[in-house]
Design a protein around this ligand. Sequence first.
Ligand code: S3P
Length: 467
Amino acid sequence: MKKSEQIILDQSSAPEIGAGERAAASANPLVSATAAALAGEAVLPGDKSISHRALMFGALAVGETHIHGLLEGGDVLATAGALREYGVELDCQGPGKWRVWGVGVGGFAEPARVLDLGNAGTAVRLLMGIAAGHAFTSYFSGDDSLLSRPMKRVAEPLRRMGAKITARSACRLPLALTGSNDLLPIEYTLPVASAQVKSAVLLAGLAAPGETSIIEPAPSRDHSERMLRHFGADVRVEEEASGGRRITLAGQPELRAADLSVPADISSAAFPLGAALIVPGSNVLLKNVGINPLRSGLLDCVAEMGGKVELLEARELSGEPAADIAVSASELRAIDVPAARVPSMIDEYPILAILAAYAHGESRLRGLGELRHKESDRFAAIVEGLTACGVRVAADGDDILIDGAGGPPPGGAQIESRLDHRIAMAFLVLGMASQGSITIDDGAPIATSFPGFVELMNNLGGNINNV
Ligand code: S3P
């Protein structure tokens, strides 16, 4: 390490709840120009998936849950705000330290207002699962990005369990869900490997008698299963001959409050990690990052590309594996990423595409149809953004082909972030070593998952500034 200072995010002010609206804060254009060699240690924000679940499962348990390392980004604060609307008491006791007074499964009160989940797909889909077990109507809405996202995948199994759902055309938000005190347990085969849909069914299954089973075609992130066990639920996981998994939950458990520590988000760590690989001379240590094997596909890709990445001090935090990640600048070679790897790195394709643009040779990223349904159409955002940066890129069905520059690509483009935090961060990383700087029209969405991103990157050696 050239520089040994620790970079700690400024999360000092206790955030006000209901901050889903923050995602819609006024536009904040940013420019990323050539960075100095990145050096130092980075303490990154908490895992977004685990943070949403920590608040929700804490709310469904009986008693007082203490959470450390909670992500205080717009998405998780939107979940906190919605839980308050459901009558759950929770408070922030300091940076990342939260307390939730759980009301027990089925103990939520009818919200008086429409629940505005901002940009947060995980929040709305998981809360729909909880709402299904309550015999009142919940109204869900969000920002322009969330309004465009498909909800049929969640509505379908929840309707089978007994929820009534009325939504805008193509089953998009705004949406009204009337739950039931008599939900039916179901056996449900997921049409796509989606942890959000799986989790929504599990959360509804908590309120149903008997066993609810979900069969997933390929294993998706298992934070819900791990956390349900942490709170005392009976969850069985069996491997299917097809390569998928069957997850079975015994319904109507009494969840017991349990303290939780949230590791840093590998999906956020991916950006300083990617930057350190492409900015010459870099050497960075990313602290306490979650390395759940169902989330760590990017690390496999980077290893195959010849990236110098090392896991240190492996440990476990509240049932989730974590480690420090040491990363240094590397010559990268092209990669052919199998479609089977998609679930374990679904959110990491924007940054992987940037790495492929720097690599030697032609990369093929396979089976990316699901990227069209994220915070933006990430498939189009990657292809159009890289093209604007002078990178030779092509779409072939659901695959993206990227002809790497074998070094810094031209860059020098203005990129639309499309209300998508990860598109914004990925292209800012591209600008850290490209020939011309990169401007993004709006950095505000970054705060949904990675508050303090610009400061953290600049403290490591980045050169990202307001336009
Ligand atoms: C998430 C699951 C993934 C991921 C999202 C978070 C979760 O979505 O893209 O950012 O916390 O369960 P899908 O379930 O749609 O794949």
